[in-house]
Design a protein. Structure first.
Length: 455
């Protein structure tokens, strides 16, 4: 559940740096406040330890949604920049990634409490202490699968990929039938070898596909392995089949199609093949926005610019998109694109307003409702669920009662307002939809128990 399709092209995600730094600073402040409360006797040792463990989990799990997406130490090349520029303004992010972990109860290893966190390489003694504490606990309890998984993710979070591989191998030895662990182990091997799908990594993905033939991440990497070995036709076949078999409503499909076309170009395929892929992509995407994105000349010019020039160019293009939308204000997809572009640029208030314009035209658009709620929470940055997010998630829950993110945030908002019965209701519904042995289920159960203890 990461933006793994971008990884062969995009080696960093600069737009997330400021938000990631802020999120980590919030966690550090929480640790300080927790220690202060313990010293003053405001909380018991048991409460202190439980809260400390939760904050540590949030820090260590902060890389879950996009576990390795920003960690490959390779400079972004010119073609990669062109693709990124096109993606920012042409293809809405729509939640990002081939797997939407929020909507997949089969993927339990990303704690709900950390899902609004964008990872960046951490710093500070608190994070080091959290890793050391986890290592110490694993020394005492080496059979803790979840502990090994968290340790592996924390190593990957700090670019220590070889150590991540070792920790994931420990987790796999304890849980040999877990496809999620097998998959991230394969990914870690790839990143420990600078993006090369080695025979060991390929073996991991073959193992996953043997148990789950349709597994999209494993299929993607097998295609990448084919491409890297020179079997470009086989790679293209794998990727095209992956796109063709996807549900047209999947929010990651437009991004997959864009990546597919870009990758065919990068691997030097004939123009006719590239055009065929482009036609497939166009036929699968419904209702494209009438507001155009950057021109071919714009994208070509971007590759030759300095960082400042590119930033100015993006601002100019976003401004032009906004101007077109003022002339054609009924373009729902255009407003969503503008909202996403503003969000990527860190202009959160403007992003929220753009999504609001989209929702005024399409009030039942779940993607726009969720995006606006997420932006509102990012704007506050203190862990609170603002009123607009509550309103949006109530609407999302009404439209799609199976949405796990809506249940989580509505429960969180209710608990923050002291409405324990309401929080319990949402979290109980969420708990019923999670695998009983998952980390998420344990987290939610602990929160429900805490509500009951407070009565």
């Amino acid at each position: 559940a990461v933006l793994f399709l971008v990884r062969p092209l995009l080696r960093t995600q600069r737009a997330s740096v400021a938000r990631a730094d802020y999120d980590l600073e919030v966690y550090r402040q929480q640790l300080k406040e927790l220690a202060f409360d313990q010293r003053r006797g405001l909380i018991s040792d048991q409460e202190y330890q439980a809260s400390l463990t939760e904050i540590e989990r949030r820090i260590l799990a902060a890389g879950g949604a996009r576990d390795l997406a920003i960690h490959t130490p390779v400079r972004m090349n010119q073609r990669a920049w062109k693709l990124v520029l096109a993606l920012v303004l042409v293809v809405p992010l729509l939640g990002g990634g081939l797997y939407q972990r929020l909507g997949s109860p089969q993927l339990p290893d990303q704690p709900l409490a950390s899902r609004n966190v964008a990872p960046e390489i951490p710093g500070g003694s608190e994070f080091d202490e959290a890793i050391a504490s986890l290592v110490s606990r694993l020394d005492e309890n080496p059979n803790d699968v979840e502990g090994w998984t968290l340790l592996a993710r924390s190593y990957a979070f700090t670019r220590r990929f070889n150590e991540a591989v070792g920790a994931y191998r420990e987790a796999e030895a304890l849980s040999p039938d877990d496809n999620d662990i097998a998959t991230v182990l394969g990914e870690s091997i790839v990143f420990s070898r600078d993006g090369v799908v080695t025979p060991a990594a390929r073996q991991q993905f073959k193992l996953v596909l043997g148990r789950e033939p349709g597994h999209p991440i494993a299929r993607y990497y097998m295609g990448l392995a084919m491409a890297q070995s020179g079997a470009q036709d086989e790679a293209l076949a794998i990727w095209r089949k992956l796109a063709a078999e996807a549900d047209p409503s999947e929010p990651w499909l437009p991004q997959l199609q864009s990546q597919l076309r870009a990758l065919t170009e990068d691997f030097g395929m004939e123009p006719g093949v590239v055009r065929a892929v482009e036609e497939e992509s166009r036929s699968a995407v419904v209702a494209p926005s009438t507001a155009p994105g950057p021109s071919a000349a714009d994208i070509e010019a971007a590759g030759e610019m300095t960082a400042d020039d590119r930033a100015n160019m993006i601002q100019s293009m976003v401004g032009r998109l906004a101007a077109r939308l003022e002339e054609n204000p009924d373009d729902v997809e255009g407003w969503k694109r503008l909202g996403n572009a503003r969000r990527v640029l860190g202009e959160l208030s403007a992003s929220e307003l753009a999504y609001g314009r989209a929702l005024a035209l399409a009030p039942n658009d779940v993607n726009a409702l969720v995006a606006q709620a997420e932006v509102a929470m990012e704007s506050i940055g203190d862990g609170l669920v603002p009123a607009i997010a509550v309103v949006n998630y109530l609407k999302v829950n009404e439209l799609d009662a199976s949405r796990l993110d809506a249940m989580w945030y509505l429960g969180l908002a209710a608990s923050q307002k002291g409405r324990k019965g309401e929080a319990r209701k949402f979290w109980q519904h969420l708990l019923e939809r999670l695998p009983s042995d998952s980390g998420d289920a344990r987290d939610i159960k602990a929160r429900i128990d805490a509500l009951d203890e407070g009565n």
